[in-house]
Design a protein around this ligand. Structure first.
Ligand code: SAH
Length: 216
């Protein structure tokens, strides 16, 4: 008999631990969120493989290691207001919502946004607020944010997101780099008008694009 999804999830958590995910709160959040709910049905048995998978609108759900790593490096706690740009399947958002006070998440593909929003409601994740829009503009009505996570890659950090980061110790995690070249996860920490940048990990993400798409 093949292993159950629960067994596969436990194995994935062991892999994440051995690959350097040490934040127990992050591991607990990954353990708590059913990834199979966020992927197409035909991929259900692969839900706990440490791999990115296709979702609708030509986008991808990130690899669990990358979700765990970016979440860990964002240093979130339960008093924080967090912005995610690039809701996609909603999986990364669901993980973040377990660790923060309120999560605001923006997606530019309408069907993805609608699907994620429905899932969040079904799963009872009541601290998540969704927006169909261009996340490069951020969410000025809700700013400033203690933390910002961008889950699509850009060649530069959108200025408006920097503006919406909390002045006193706000942190943003974002993949930076051209599409055909190596991208890296950057961590940017704000102190007033000063932005300290750390380059963390080579990655491959779909592009951060402006504007909105009403595809079906
Ligand atoms: N966090 C997602 C990863 C999705 S891939 C998950 O856990 O599944 C990145 C997503 O960013 C895609 O859905 C893409 O449509 C979205 N995206 C790209 N540019 C965007 C923008 N300017 N504003 C909002 N979403 C954007």
């Amino acid at each position: 008999m093949s292993a159950s999804l629960e067994e596969k999830k436990q194995r994935l958590l062991d892999i994440l631990r051995s690959d350097g995910i040490h934040d127990e709160n992050v591991l607990a959040a990954i353990g708590d969120v059913e990834r199979e709910k966020f992927i197409p049905d035909y991929l259900r048995q692969q839900a706990y493989e440490n791999a990115a998978l296709p979702i609708a609108s030509g986008q991808t759900i990130s690899q669990p290691y990358i979700v765990a790593y970016m979440t860990q490096e964002l240093q979130v706690d339960d008093r924080m207001k967090v912005l995610e740009v690039g809701t996609g399947s909603g999986y990364q958002g669901a993980v973040l919502s377990k660790l923060c006070r309120r999560l605001f998440t923006i997606e530019r593909h309408l069907p993805l946004m609608q699907k994620a929003d429905t899932l969040f409601k079904e799963m009872g994740l009541r601290n998540i607020t969704t927006l169909f829009g261009d996340g490069m503009k951020g969410w000025p009505e809700q700013a400033p944010f203690d933390r910002i996570m961008v889950t699509a890659a850009s060649d530069r950090v959108p200025e408006k997101l920097l503006d919406q980061l909390k002045e006193d110790g706000g942190i943003m995690v974002i993949p930076i780099g051209e599409q055909e070249q190596t991208q890296h996860i950057y961590r940017i920490t704000r102190q007033g008008d000063d932005f300290e940048t750390e380059i963390l990990l080579p990655v491959k993400f779909v592009p951060l694009l402006g504007g909105i798409v009403h595809d079906s």
